[in-house]
Structure formats: C-alpha cells, structure tokens
Design a protein around this ligand. Structure first.
Ligand SMILES: Cc1cc2nc3c(=O)[nH]c(=O)nc-3n(C[C@H](O)[C@H](O)[C@H](O)COP(=O)(O)O)c2cc1C
Ligand code: SF4
Length: 678
C-alpha cells in the first residue's frame, strides 16, 4: 500500500474514490448536436484508464432551453442524453473511475442568437461583458420552470448511472441570483442574502425531492467574487455555512473570483506566467471552517503541488484538469513511480481559448487529446524496426522523433542550432512564457531515454541525410520570418523575430505592423514598449491579434496598456521610405479611399514565416512517394502508402512550418500523425 497522500482512497458518502486526483468539469466542446457521442466517451475513458479517481463530465451541461450552449455543451434537458451518458459511465466504471456531471443554467452568460433564439434570462437586466446579451429580467414563471428543469436534468443523470452531480454557481444563473451585482429582483428572491440564496436552495431542494438523499450532489461555487459590490469573502463564508447547514449537498468545489470578463476568467483559471495554485489557501480556509468535503482546481499543474494540497489538508480532492488534457495517464505514472515521464501542462491555454473561438479543445502539445478515436496516447510498438531521419528539432521534429522511437525505430535527428526548440526558444524569450520550454525539455528527455541520436550543430544536406540510409525522412526545418509584404521599402523594415531575439535594438517611436495576428507581434511590441519606446500596433484586420485568443490576450493587455501601447485597426501598411533619420510609412486601407503618411523611426513587420524547404525539394525526386501525402489516410490515422516512384529508397514527408506557417499544435499534430504509423 502506497503512503503517497495523493494515492490514498477517499470516501464520499457511499462512494469510494480510488485516489485524491480528479478531473473537474470542463467542456471540451466535443458533443455532436449536444450529445456526448463516441469521441466524448473515448476522451473520458482514456482518463479513467489513466487512473484518475473521478472524472467530472460536461461542463455547464444545460438544464433548460433558454440556456443555449455558448461552446457546444451537453444538452441535459434532452432525454436522449441518457443512453449516451450511460455508455460513458459504464465504460469509465470498468476502468475504476467514478463519473459525475456538472449541471447549469447559464443565465445571462450566453446569447439569444444561439439555440432556439429564446431571450437570455437573469435576475436583472445587467448584461455580462463577455457574452454581451441584454437579459430578460426573470418572472415568477421563469423561476419555477428553471427549478423544475434542474430537477428533471438531475433525474436524467441519475438514470444514466452517474455517481453524482455538481451544480455550477460561479458566473451562471445560480450565483447571478446570489450576487448583489446581478440580482435586482424584489422579495422573495432579491434583497437580503437569505433572499438571494433562495433560488439556489430551492433548486437543490427540488433536486433532492427527485433524486433522493443517497445520490451525491455537490456545488461548484464562488466563495468570493473578488469584485467591488459583489459577494466578498465574508458573504462567501456565510453562503458556505448555509449550504452546508441545508443538508442538501455532499461536497463543496471552491472557486474564488468572477468570470464575467476575460480578465476575471483568467484570474479564476490562470494561464502560464501567472502564479501556481493561487486559490488553494483560500479553499483550505473553507475546508478548515466547514470540515466538509472540499474539492478545488486552479492551476495545480504539477504533482508536487497537488501532493502538497492533499498532504497539508487544504482540500480532500485536488483537481488536475488541464494537466489531464496534457497527460491522461498522469495518475498511472505516479503509481508506477515515473513522475518524470508525465507530459507537463505548460499553461498555454490553447485548450480553453479554442472553445471560446467556437472550436474543440485541443492541448497545445498533446495532439491525441480529443482525438482518442484516431490518435494514441500510448504509442504501440512497430513489428519492424526502421531507420528514421528527421531534420529539425523544433516541436514538430521532436514529437516525430519521440513517437518514432516509441515505435521502436532507430531515429536520428539533425539540428543546425546548438540546442533543440526552434521557434519555442523565441517564445520563451518572454519571461511570462518560459514554461513553453517544457514542451521541448520533456521531448528531449523522452528522446534521450528512448535512445534517439540527437545531433546538434549538425547541418543536414541531402548527402548527409542519404548517408544514413533512411527508410523514412521527415523534413521539419521550420521557417524564417516573411517580411516582404510591402510594395516599397521591404529592405527598411525589421521582423518581429529580430526584436524578440534581441538581434535588433528597439527604436524610440515604433510601428509594429501585424497582419499575421499571432503572438509574435504582441511579444515584439512588449519588448519595444518595455524599453521605454512609443509603440503603435497596426493591423488591417477588424481587431488586433485575432490569433491570440481571449485568455492569452489578458497578460499582454495588462502589460501593454500600462506601457501605453496604442492599437490601430483596419489600416494596411503599404510602403516605407527613408526620410532623413526617420521612416515615412504610407498607410492605406482595404476599405479604400484612404492614403496617409506617418513618421516612425522603426517599422517592424510580423507576417508569419516562409518555409525552409530547400532540403525537401532536393530529396523529393529521390523519394518513393515523391513527397506526396494521402490526405485521406492522414486524417483517418492510417499509414501512408503512396509510391509513385518505386525505385525510391525512402519515404519523404515534411511537417510543421516547413510546409506552411502554422502553430505549435499543428506542428506537434503533424509529428504525431506521421510518426505513429512508421
Ligand atoms: C476546455 C475547458 C473547459 C472548461 N469548462 C468548464 C465548465 O464548463 N465548467 C466549469 O466549472 N469549469 C470549466 N473549466 C475549468 C476547469 O474545471 C478547471 O477549473 C480549470 O481548468 C482549472 O483547473 P486546472 O488548472 O487543473 O486545469 C474548463 C476548463 C477547460 C480547460
Ligand atoms: S493547452 Fe496548455 S493549458 Fe491547455 S492542457 Fe495543454 S498544456 Fe495545459
């Protein structure tokens, strides 16, 4: 029997949880028409196989028609959800994990132009900044029908065999009632804390009437909104006491903060560069004050911090949610004493940001997450050992090397630089984003363990590659900044990379012209502004940095606004001319009719990269597949078998930015999906 605090079982009512680690509720936006189908099931089953004690499904599963999903949530108001969930629950149970689900009514945190175009409802007309809908102020019949909807949904979850449910009460309808900031109702649901909590307690009461007292019911709630005029810590503790004393709940899942703005949400779910476990002590205070089962998650990405959370008795169950998106086999690796093999969550929040862009959640550096039906988390061995040569040790090349080596192949990697990392080394120049280096460090360590021959300072030309007698060659050489975008003056500008890498000193009055819209422009702008220079970020797009999504934008804005950077949207830089010791920028607009001049002393252009593809084109005629890819096989996760040139001795593929400028996830997905079939 292990003495690791994390591996001790926990008894919640009648339920024994096999250890102390949970995946808290999070909607990865995988449902199809609101149903948790095969992909959804496979996602949770993978975590169950990996050893987690409890996987909390959904995230904001909707109980009512007027709570339409904002990011493709499970529709708990439909009866047809029951068999889908039952399959998921049964299969997770087979692998020893408990399963619960989070139910909610989003209240004002959604939009009327989703779903059935019903008005958004809330206990006031105040709109939420993030979702922008002006709500209908709820009437008595709205209140009674939503209470019934919660009870109906809870009954469905019990019928699906769930081990329990959790209600969402931070930023959603239940706490919109509880908060004085969002409740302007009269008695009996508005006014005093008693009145504001009435709705929440009536919902819980109705649920209990329907599912009985044996079924596990918990609440995930904000115990301190951390907003002027909102429920502060004192009210939060009072609410906690009343919830516990109601006898209606079995566990508390503690949140601190508010989520009505991107900035607020980012403080509740912190991203890279922000403090680890910022609300753990607060959760510990709640547990100490209540002696009640307490769950908590907020950036506890590493095992040491999770262990500390349990060992010091701050919480009963610790959430490692994003950590499980990065590595669903985290618990198994703790049990097998292989903690160093755990793929680290780097807090990039690619996962969360994507769902708010309307996409499915993907982990920036685990491309199998959410693709369990086609991509493996545990790489199977190949029947035959082949020689794989990879050129480039950026994220794409290293992922391919790791996966090919897991397959049992002999792998050689050529890297022209003195260390691995490619563009991630550039990203990590920002102190706030240094955690990105773990994407590289973990892969290098895995490759070394697996015997990959990593050759640094090794420029690979075609002869060097062919000398290895490869069966497969992967070109992962990345790209170089593309700044040739002006009709005049391309020689007068510098690239965002020049600034980030420190190769070019920032000027005093700088234009950052960004029509890629990605991190590099903002990162360069930060370097320039921090040097004391005046910086203007200009884009021809409707909004700046469209590829840097909501939560990732927060730290940039926190620093750039303080440094007085300015943003100009919808203008296109056309020409740059020298003008004494200044640069004259000629600026137009895609909307037409505008042509103006502005003076700067430095112009930085951010326009993605151009592939470094010479080696690929040199090798192409010698290869068996002439570089061609069967896209259908690639998408379906099947081996590549094109052989237009049967005399060719090797297969040739190129991956990552060596094909076209994309992002880290695309590079890593390329690496995985090609190499898993070698
Ligand atoms: C893709 C994604 C979707 C999420 N959706 C929800 C949700 O619907 N309801 C909820 O209470 N929390 C949601 N969360 C928050 C997580 O439950 C968790 O609190 C958060 O990720 C912080 O924990 P971690 O640092 O262990 O990841 C979501 C998180 C992610 C990554
Ligand atoms: S995208 Fe980033 S934050 Fe999200 S799970 Fe992956 S590493 Fe963690």
């Amino acid at each position: 029997m292990s003495t690791d605090p994390l591996l001790q079982p926990y008894t919640l009512k009648h339920l024994t949880l096999r250890n102390r680690i949970i995946v808290t509720s999070h909607e990865p936006a995988y449902p199809e028409d609101g149903m948790p189908t095969e992909r959804y099931r496979a996602y949770h089953v993978e975590r169950a196989k990996g050893g987690v004690a409890l996987t909390m499904t959904a995230g904001s599963a909707a109980v009512s028609l007027d709570s339409p999903p904002v990011f493709n949530n499970v529709l708990a108001y439909k009866d047809e959800v029951v068999p889908w969930l039952k399959d998921l629950v049964d299969e997770c149970h087979e692998h020893g994990a408990a399963v619960m689900i989070q139910l909610t009514h989003l209240g004002r945190r959604t939009r009327w132009d989703k779903g059935d175009w019903l008005p958004v409802i809330a206990p006031s007309h105040e709109r939420e900044a993030a979702h922008r809908a002006f709500p209908k102020k709820m009437e008595d019949w709205d209140i009674s029908r939503v209470i019934k909807d919660f009870a109906d949904a809870a009954e469905r979850m019990k019928a699906a065999g769930m081990d329990g449910i959790e209600l969402e009460a931070y930023g959603h309808l239940l706490d919109q009632f509880a908060s004085p900031l969002t409740n302007t109702l009269d008695e009996p649901y508005g006014g005093s804390l008693d009145n504001r909590m009435r709705f929440m307690l009536e919902v819980l009461g109705a649920i209990r009437e329907r599912v009985g007292h044996q079924f596990i019911v918990g609440i995930r709630y904000t115990a301190d909104e951390a907003l002027p005029g909102g429920n502060g810590k004192a009210e939060g503790f009072e609410m906690t006491k009343r919830l516990k004393d109601s006898g209606l709940i079995d566990f508390l899942n503690v949140i601190r903060g508010h989520i009505d703005t991107d900035a607020g949400l980012t403080d509740v779910i912190p991203i890279q560069g922000m403090a680890s476990a910022p609300h753990l002590d607060f959760a510990g205070e709640i547990r100490a004050a209540t002696a009640f089962p307490t769950f908590h998650a907020a950036r506890i990405p590493d095992v040491a911090t999770a262990r500390h959370a349990i060992a010091t008795g701050k919480v009963d169950m610790v959430g490692m949610t994003r950590a499980h998106m990065t590595d669903p086999h985290l618990v198994r690796k703790i049990i097998e004493k292989r903690e160093e093999d755990i793929r680290p969550c780097v807090g990039a929040n690619y996962c969360l940001d994507r769902i708010y862009q309307g996409g499915a959640a993907f982990c920036i550096h685990n491309a199998a997450t959410g693709r369990e039906l086609t991509m493996p988390h545990v790489i199977p061995k190949s029947a035959t050992r082949r020689k794989i040569v990879i050129v480039g040790a950026g994220p794409a090349g290293l992922e391919a090397a790791r996966v090919a080596a897991e397959r049992g192949h002999a792998v050689t990697v050529f890297e022209a630089a003195s260390s691995a990392g490619g563009q991630i080394r550039l990203t990590a120049q920002s102190k706030r984003r240094q955690e990105m280096l773990s994407i590289i460090a973990w892969r290098v360590a895995q490759c070394e363990k697996l015997g990959v021959d990593l050759r640094y300072n090794a420029w690979a030309d075609a002869a060097a590659v062919l000398a290895e007698l490869p069966d497969v060659v992967l070109v992962a050489t990345g790209g170089l900044p593309h700044t040739d975008v002006l009709t005049a003056g391309n020689d007068l500008v510098v690239s965002s990379w020049d600034i980030i890498a420190g190769d070019v000193k920032p000027g005093a009055n700088v234009l950052v012209y960004d029509d890629a819209g990605d991190h590099a422009a903002l990162q360069a702008a930060e370097v320039i502004a921090a040097s004391g220079a005046k910086v203007e970020i200009m884009t021809p797009d409707r909004s700046f940095a469209p590829e840097v999504m909501a939560m990732n934008l927060v730290p940039y804005m926190r620093s750039l606004q303080k440094l007085d950077a300015t943003f100009t949207v919808t203008y296109r830089l056309e020409e740059v001319h020298r003008d004494g010791n200044q640069l004259k920028a000629v600026i137009g607009s895609d909307y037409g009719g505008v042509r103006k001049e502005r003076r700067y002393d430095q112009v930085v252009v951010n326009h993605g990269t151009i592939p470094l593809d010479e080696l690929y084109f040199e090798l192409k005629p010698l290869s068996r597949n002439l570089g061609a890819v069967s896209q259908a096989d690639l998408i379906a996760g099947r081996p590549q078998s094109l052989a237009e040139n049967p005399d060719g001795a090797f297969q040739l593929f190129r991956i990552g930015d060596a094909v076209a400028a994309r992002n880290t996830h695309a590079a890593i997905y390329d690496g995985l999906r090609y190499a898993k079939d070698f």
